[in-house]
Design a protein around this ligand. Sequence first.
Ligand SMILES: C[S@@+](CC[C@H](N)C(=O)[O-])C[C@H]1O[C@@H](n2cnc3c(N)ncnc32)[C@H](O)[C@@H]1O
Length: 287
Amino acid sequence: MSSAATLSPATSLDSDSFGFVCNLVRTKSAIEIEPSKAYLVESRLAPIARERGLASLRELVAEMRRPGKQDLSRQVVEAMTTNETSFFRDIHPFEALKSQLLPELIARRSRERTLTIWSNACSSGQEPYTIAMILREHFPAIAGWNIRIIGSDLSSQILARARSGLFNQTEVNRGLPANLLVKYFQREGVQWRIKDEIRNMVEFSEVNLVETWPSSLPKMDIVFLRNVLIYFSPETKKTILGKVRNVLHTDGYLFLGGAETTMNLDTSFIRNQVGKAVCYVLDTTKK
Ligand SMILES: C[S@@+](CC[C@H](N)C(=O)[O-])C[C@H]1O[C@@H](n2cnc3c(N)ncnc32)[C@H](O)[C@@H]1O
């Protein structure tokens, strides 16, 4: 066999193999791949073929079709996810948290002294770490509360990165204010590691939105579910929003991505404008 490093797998997929990959990815993650995205599948799969010493994508797909290849299938599904994220992404939701939603929630939870926030599809962790920094920075009075920030994603690889709390220069240059970089990160070679005081505020776990959610998930005060529904069919979005409804406290908040909405999908959510941010609250007149 030729060396994996020098192999350059034939990089085009025949339509049958492309269909097989699309089906697999849809079944395992609900991500819909449009026919026009064949180039994307090819570019994401080529490194996997190379790594496994396979000479073509056709061979890779043949390998995936063999029984007992769950690990390979999982690797392919994870490779097809888009992990784009940044600290303080789209800023307005975090302004809304800081100026209005957290102060109100904290007042309402002053007896229970608990706060639970779920950053779903959190990719490499910038979103839950942003939330942790906001709590640490602006709400010192609740330091003794039972605060849970849960970061979850389908991809075990990206969660390993999130748990490490290690970010490169480009990542910390995107959205993170310089004072927070200096205060909450320390240099490690050419990278930056988030300090334990923030890292330990976030727990990461694997949750696939389209599989059964862990029964251990607590009721949530705030759910971030941003920039992931866009990949799904309307039916899948409806199912997921229905599941969010069940884990959200009746007075909780849901944040979606800028291009996402509950409109025409789930009438139990009401759009709520907070400054320049949009979040969704449950319509308590509905069951
Ligand atoms: C574009 S990133 C969004 C990251 C972050 N929420 C943000 O807005 O910056 C999309 C993430 O969704 C995850 N994802 C895709 N399908 C998923 C599924 N079925 N269940 C859970 N996470 C999924 C991907 O692994 C990826 O990390």
